[in-house]
Design a protein around this ligand. Structure first.
Ligand code: OFO
Length: 166
């Protein structure tokens, strides 16, 4: 049985994951609007992954006898200055999510909740990967700077990201 503290924290995390999904769907649509279809694809896959993250937390809650509480999802921004601006915002958001996952780990440790601790290990690894992906794309965008050709090459690269093969 999950504790009330952990149940509340997991419910709040589900809201954060759903906000992440909203944010990345909005970013995907922004890229569509500036005709960068590969970037739009990358962000759409990211949106799908965030819904899966929320569902992983929900499964955990369900399996441990917890109750789901869905909170209102904040409205994400819909405009950015450039692709670089989008990925800088993405990295900042993922750093916030990493902090939030670490706080869940702190609760699991203080409550000796080994089941939650185990489940959270997957998210710790996932956050390392997500921040690294964002940092890599930021570095590439900084290299490309104002070059339309470079941007289109990167767009072709990001078009290859598939739902199963992140
Ligand atoms: Fe982007 O990893 Fe979940 O939120």
């Amino acid at each position: 049985m999950i504790s009330e503290t952990m149940e509340n924290a997991v419910n709040e995390q589900i809201n954060k994951e759903m906000y992440s999904a909203y944010l990345y769907l909005s970013m995907s649509s922004y890229f569509e609007s500036i005709n960068l279809k590969g970037f739009a694809n990358w962000m759409y896959v990211q949106y799908q992954e965030e819904v899966e993250h929320a569902m992983k937390f929900y499964e955990h809650l369900k399996n441990r006898g917890g109750k789901l509480k869905l909170f209102a999802i904040n409205e994400p921004p819909s405009e950015w200055k450039s692709p670089l601006d989008v990925f800088q915002a993405t990295l900042k958001h993922e750093q916030f999510i990493t902090k939030s996952i670490n706080e869940l780990v702190d609760i699991a440790e203080s409550e000796k909740d080994r089941a939650a601790y185990n489940m959270l290990q997957w998210f710790i690894d996932e956050q390392v990967e997500e921040e690294a992906n964002d940092e890599e794309i930021i570095a590439q965008l900084e290299m490309v700077e104002e070059s339309r050709n470079g941007l289109l090459m990167l767009d072709r690269e990001l078009a290859k990201r598939g739902a199963a093969a992140d």
